[in-house]
Design a protein around this ligand. Structure first.
Ligand SMILES: NC(=O)c1ccc[n+]([C@@H]2O[C@H](COP(=O)([O-])OP(=O)(O)OC[C@H]3O[C@@H](n4cnc5c(N)ncnc54)[C@H](O)[C@@H]3O)[C@@H](O)[C@H]2O)c1
Length: 157
């Protein structure tokens, strides 16, 4: 059975993704630091699918902890949701966003390369399209300058 690491897997989108992965037959391990979620979500996932996913409470800003995680687990792919995501807050606290969204991404990618994990899905954002010319925005729209530090972290990602 393929094992997928879902970072931010107790969050809004991540938890739904975990349910769908389990239903499709993937084994899931979640990393989440509970900064915007709660452990209660683990029980809710388990009650929906009947399978308790592995869970590691790790802050991805902790480089050593990320390294140790990849030593402990053999992973086939990563879906990376963990990030700070509030546009307004990112304007007031840009460094929090650069650190939590970009530094963490580099730690995850470095360990994936070191451990030869080739499959990666990044949760981006429509903020990478800036002020789009047409609505609704499609993936074919040209990217424009990001209008917030949050958008910039997704564009750089
Ligand atoms: N919700 C949306 O409408 C939307 C739209 C586009 C993109 N996204 C992106 O999708 C992803 C998930 O969004 P969401 O709405 O589910 O957000 P969310 O806040 O519900 O989930 C993010 C999860 O990541 C965890 N997390 C944050 N920083 C972490 C860290 N340093 N280490 C470990 N865990 C950490 C949080 O505790 C949370 O559980 C984000 O990357 C977000 O930017 C969301």
């Amino acid at each position: 059975m393929k094992k997928i690491l879902v970072t931010g897997g107790l969050g809004y989108i991540g938890s739904h993704t975990v349910v769908e992965l389990q239903k499709t037959g993937f084994e899931v391990v979640i990393i989440d630091d509970l900064s915007n979620s709660s452990k209660e979500v683990l029980s809710r996932i388990t009650s929906i699918t009947g399978i308790k996913p592995d869970f590691e409470e790790i802050d991805l800003k902790n480089k050593q902890a990320v390294e140790q995680f990849f030593k402990n687990y053999s992973i086939d792919g990563v879906i990376h949701f963990a990030a700070s995501k509030a546009v307004g807050e990112s304007v007031n606290e840009p460094l929090k966003y650069y650190e939590n969204n970009i530094t963490t991404l580099t730690y995850v990618l470095k360990e994936m390369i070191a451990n030869k994990v080739a499959n990666f899905i990044f949760s981006s954002s429509c903020t990478v399209y800036g002020q789009a010319d047409e609505l609704p925005i499609t993936e074919n729209a040209p990217t424009k300058p990001a209008e917030s530090p949050y958008g910039a972290t997704k564009k750089n990602g």
